[in-house]
Write a protein that binds this ligand. Structure first.
Ligand SMILES: [Zn+2]
Length: 295
């Protein structure tokens, strides 16, 4: 029996045990639908080999969430970027996956987080390893017959490399490749809370609010503290998102590992952010599914 997304857009990002339990009860009043595949009929890894050729085709778009396992200050979990990418990907695929023929892939948890290499618990791939991993994943996925591959990136430190990978995968395997972010980081031109002076790069207001919405039990707001490199804000060019970029490590701005101000973070802001990013990216995926090269 194929589950129909009765609760489109509801609870879709909630990854806590409680969230899933509520979700199951809301739909059928017991645990069976989820156990039978609720929220999974568009997860490619849950298909059987006998099903794949009939379900995944040259009209499908494969969605690969990329997270990170890296320090997020004293108040947020290592899995922050992974949780956000995964929850966003799941919500989008559950909301518009049927209409747009999207298939969610298992997330890539370990990525290029060497700006946090100083911190125990951070687990990172080097640039060369990560390119090789993406090449292997691309080579394997090309056999499914899908022509479009969307990288849904929850970690800003991956972006430069993922742009390189998008072109490599285009050239080597003929994929049409796309790179999206749950929310655009300030050093990529995205917005940041006013008191972060445009520098809510890491574990600041937005990320902390997102996790307060998605997995509040993993956040310790008593340890949330502002750490904004205010001197940089005076620069016109050499600053995050400025015309001159610079190599940085997250402990270049102090020992906390935070770059931003999480102190005002709250679940309501996180919920609003999450819902708006799911809506925006769902729209983006509609364009992706129609996208063709040519005049
Ligand atoms: Zn992050």
């Amino acid at each position: 029996m194929r589950w129909h997304p009765v609760v489109k857009g509801l609870h879709l990002g909630v990854r806590g045990r409680r969230g899933f339990a509520d979700h199951r009860r809301n739909v059928r009043g017991d645990r069976t639908p989820y156990a039978r595949g609720m929220m999974s009929h568009r997860r490619m890894a849950d298909l059987r080999a006998s099903e794949l050729p009939g379900r995944v085709s040259d009209r499908s778009t494969l969605v690969l969430p990329l997270g990170a396992i890296e320090q997020h200050g004293p108040h947020l979990p290592y899995s922050t970027d992974l949780l956000i990418a995964e929850a966003t990907g799941a919500a989008i695929v559950d909301a518009v996956g049927d209409d747009l023929d999207l298939w969610l892939l298992p997330s890539l948890a370990y990525t290029k987080s060497n700006e946090h290499a100083w911190n125990a618990g951070t687990v990172w791939l080097s640039a060369t390893t990560m390119l090789a991993v993406l090449d292997d994943i691309g080579r394997s996925l090309a056999m499914t017959g899908a022509r479009k591959l969307a990288l849904l990136n929850g970690h800003g430190g991956n972006t430069a490399l993922l742009n390189v990978a998008c072109r490599e995968l285009r050239l080597k395997y003929g994929f049409q490749t796309f790179l999206l972010h749950p929310f655009v980081p300030p050093d990529h031109g995205g917005a940041s809370a006013a008191n972060e002076l445009g520098m809510g790069i890491h574990a600041g207001m937005d990320e902390t609010s997102m996790i307060l919405h998605l997995r509040p039990e993993l956040v310790d707001m008593a340890l949330a503290a502002r750490n904004v490199p205010e001197r940089l804000a005076e620069n016109r060019h050499v600053r995050f998102g400025g015309s001159v970029s610079f190599g940085w490590l997250s402990n270049d701005f102090g020992p906390s590992g935070v770059i931003g101000d999480p102190t005002g973070a709250n679940a309501d802001h996180g919920k609003a952010l999450f819902e708006s990013c799911v809506a925006t990216l769902s729209e983006a995926f509609a364009e992706i599914s129609e996208f063709e090269f040519g005049n």
